[in-house]
Design a protein around this ligand. Structure first.
Ligand code: BGC
Length: 475
């Protein structure tokens, strides 16, 4: 998995002359390229979120589904995503980032149309796996492509822009689920994703290949032509040098094995454990199953889906707040305060179920929803964006893509384990027991982050070593 990325090795940082028409056009070109590829993030969010509402109506065509069947249709996507992230890492190096995004968009289209036409339940499960391949691929290649075309000074904001696209995709899917609730049209819920997928395909046809990849292929003239679209004339030479330097460095790369070298092992653990904690603290039990949970707690389908929309809006709103704060207050403050907020939100939900039982009424129902909102908002301001940002920042450029692949795959696998067991867990240890368990795991995550996760704000990429945060801060 030897990827070449442009992150971290740019030696120039002076901004281009601002205010000129050409400068404006170049900035626009970068923003358009990032916005087009971020449609991949939107699809990641939409396709993972849409199932939450669709689950309520599948019985219309397939009869009553048991907990395991509902878990299956939700979670096969996640196995597909782990495979997709693995394959996309390799494809992006072999055939290029642009072509990988084009294939991803095509797979999205096939998958969502297949799901919307599924004649039998098993077919739906298979198409969810296919959609997952595309979701996993997008989760890996979109931040990679954006990172490689973005000027270094905007990179942090543009990488987190992908998390904004993910959360917006989730929110759009909730709105569609809510809008289609009265017709119970789960087929359209799945099928509508074909529109952004087609836009991604068409949009990507108009975009250029990553200059970093072109340099790695010895296609320097093309790389220079692409850079000229995105950078001021006086920046192009410097950046071409930086890209060539990066490629030289990557030649020394010996793949995943080099990640196990003692120097890097600590950082690899940080990425993998952050990935696992991002999932085992329960975010996707809320993102995928909140309507199911609220319905069994006594809500009607429509009000359960409406509460879900509010949750999705809080997720987007707090992600915007995080994007504004990340470069100002630093990653650790947001990560630690956000994770602490998640503990509080989860405890409120768990206590409400412990006191009120699994069926909530009136005040109890409102308190449980407030707890869920506090939990989601706290995730969105910390662990949500910070995980994806950290894994793009803490690794030296030589091993960055390999290490990002490993952390991304760990994220999808941990997501799968939680998603496939959640409904069963509810029936085994009750709602209260399940949420107390998540609250406990979130406390463990908080302690781990406090001790192990370094601050990366303002640091050179690739300059972070696996050390305790205090040592990292002192450096
Ligand atoms: C996570 C997803 C989650 C989403 C919710 C992302 O950072 O990786 O698993 O569904 O946030 O906003």
């Amino acid at each position: 998995m030897a990827h070449a990325t442009s992150l971290g090795s740019h030696r120039h940082s002076s901004p281009p002359p601002q205010g000129s028409a050409a400068g404006g056009a170049r900035s626009r070109a970068v923003v358009v390229a990032a916005a087009v590829t971020a449609l991949g993030g939107l699809l990641f969010g939409y396709d993972t979120g849409v199932v939450s509402g669709a689950l309520l109506f599948l019985q219309k065509d397939f009869g009553t589904l048991g907990a395991f069947q509902r878990e299956l249709v939700t979670a096969t996507l996640l196995i597909g995503a782990a495979v997709g992230a693995l394959v996309a890492g390799r494809l992006a190096d072999r055939i290029g980032r642009r072509m990988t995004v084009l294939i991803t968009a095509a797979v999205f289209i096939v998958g969502v149309l297949g799901a919307s036409l599924a004649p039998v339940f098993a077919f739906l499960v298979v198409t969810r796996f296919v959609i997952g391949l595309a979701v996993g691929s997008a989760s890996m290649v979109v931040p990679m492509y954006i990172g490689e075309i973005a000027p270094p000074r905007y990179r942090g904001a543009l990488v987190s822009f992908n998390q904004l696209a993910i959360t917006s995709g989730i929110l759009v899917s909730y709105l569609i689920d809510y809008g289609l609730a009265s017709s119970q049209n789960w087929r359209l819920m799945f099928g509508l994703a074909a529109i952004p997928a087609a836009l991604l395909f068409i949009g990507m046809l108009t975009q250029s290949e990553s200059p970093q990849w072109l340099v790695a292929q010895d296609r320097t003239d093309e790389a220079r032509a692409v850079l000229t679209r995105y950078r001021a004339a006086d920046e192009v030479d410097d950046e071409m040098d930086a890209l060539a330097h990066n490629v030289e460095q990557s030649q020394e790369e010996v793949g995943v094995r080099s990640l196990l070298a003692p120097k890097l092992r600590g950082l690899l653990w940080v990425g993998v454990l952050m990935a696992v904690f991002q999932q085992v603290t329960g975010i996707n039990t809320v993102i995928y199953y909140a309507p199911t949970l609220l319905k069994t707690a006594g809500f009607g389908s429509s009000s359960a889906l409406l509460a879900n929309v509010v949750n999705g809006a809080v997720n987007v709103g707090m992600t915007i707040v995080a994007i504004k704060l990340l470069d100002r207050v630093g990653r650790r403050v947001l990560l630690l305060s956000g994770t602490a907020g998640m503990v509080v939100g989860m405890l409120v939900v768990a206590l409400t179920f412990a006191i009120g039982g699994d069926h909530l009424h009136g005040g109890g129902a409102v308190v449980a929803i407030v707890g869920l909102l506090v939990y989601t908002g706290s995730f969105a301001i910390g662990l949500g964006p910070v995980f994806w940002l950290m894994i793009s920042e803490i690794y030296p450029s030589k091993v960055r893509a390999s290490a990002m692949s490993v952390a991304t795959i760990a994220n999808w696998l941990a997501n799968f384990v939680v998603t496939i067991s959640f409904l069963t867990l509810l029936s085994w240890i009750s709602n209260a027991g399940t949420f107390f368990l998540f609250a406990g795991l979130t406390v463990v995550a908080l302690l781990y982050f406090a001790v192990r996760v370094p601050e990366t704000k303002g640091r050179q990429l690739g300059d972070v070593q696996a050390r305790t945060p205090s040592a990292a801060n002192a450096a």
